[in-house]
Design a protein around this ligand. Sequence first.
Ligand SMILES: Cc1ncc(COP(=O)(O)O)c(C=O)c1O
Length: 388
Amino acid sequence: MAIELKSSRLVQSIPRSGIREIFTLAETLENVIHLEIGEPNFDTPPHVIDAACSALRSGATRYTSNAGILPLREAIAARISERTGRSVSPDRVIVANGAVGALYLAAVLALERRDEVLIPDPCWPNYLGMFRLVGAEAVRYRQRPENGFLPDLGNLQELVSSRTKALLLNSPSNPTGSVIPMEKLSGLVEFAESNGLYVISDEIYEDIVYEGEFASVLECDYQSGTLCVSGVSKGYAMTGFRLGYIVVPDRLVDGSRAVIESVAGCITTVSQHAAISALSGPQDGIRERLSAYRNKKQIVLDTVGDTGRLLGRLQGAFYAMIDVGERVGGSMQFAKDLLQEKAVAVSPGITFGADWDHTVRISYAVADEQLRSGLKAMLEFLEPQGGN
Ligand SMILES: Cc1ncc(COP(=O)(O)O)c(C=O)c1O
């Protein structure tokens, strides 16, 4: 008799992202405007593609060391020093499978079973799965549009328990587009240090900031407790290369290498060479793409700004949360109906947290015309008679 083997309860308990659910549904339809998936609508820069091709031709087809090749770790360290004014040893840099892989590594390094990690509300849903995989519990801290979607120290302090081990920060933020200024960031890092918590900082959108300067946790003094994650996916339009990294304190370097050895061996060799080219080659593309995103942000402001539906200020990344009101079936049903009726895909707010079921998130990293028509169609769907 055949025995039916099931996946573990742990795997069954991993929450799935509503972004992916809508994306998968949208794939079954034609001519859909995709405002749900968050990835740059630009091609990878040609010099990076050239570098990848020539690396392959010159034999970059073998394993590398667990932490990644030294020239890449040096390029990452050089970029960090240039941006933060602080030097970081390449030894502290560990190359990972995208920022996702780097975040998972952070979770494995910092958390034990039943530990608590403070995560933003609303937040990118993938954090939940990775913390679940290490047996930790995610506790949400408040971020509200009326406070610029920034963390509130009073609220954070109330949430700390004897089990709290880490504070996760995400600036620029997915899904809110908020950016934590340096003054606020220092306060958050001090809070973490005084409560003996790790800071896991997801800085994957660091290249996409419209107002003021980007502030990194690597500029703060608490380096012994800081795990800083970034990568080339968003800034360099290289999502498919799956190349991210994490900067860890010296004492966690060996452990990090051991984890990579266990789960990946090493990161795709050709991607490592492509990332050297991205980080060390011409940087004009970053400015050009930023300027294009800025125009797209303006399209969002021009289209939705006056409706009173736009939440927060769009200071970074390429996301906006839009209030669609309380609806029967909530934001998931709304996203499905909008997709069926107007062929516009958006992410349901519920996937970013239970309190956000009256919202949807759009990614404005799409062609300008698509963005205009997608937003117009959504507003028509919301207000069919042109009423308020
Ligand atoms: C907040 C946030 N962190 C991390 C990632 C993952 O980046 P990567 O593609 O480098 O794994 C994403 C991707 O959407 C993201 O939005």
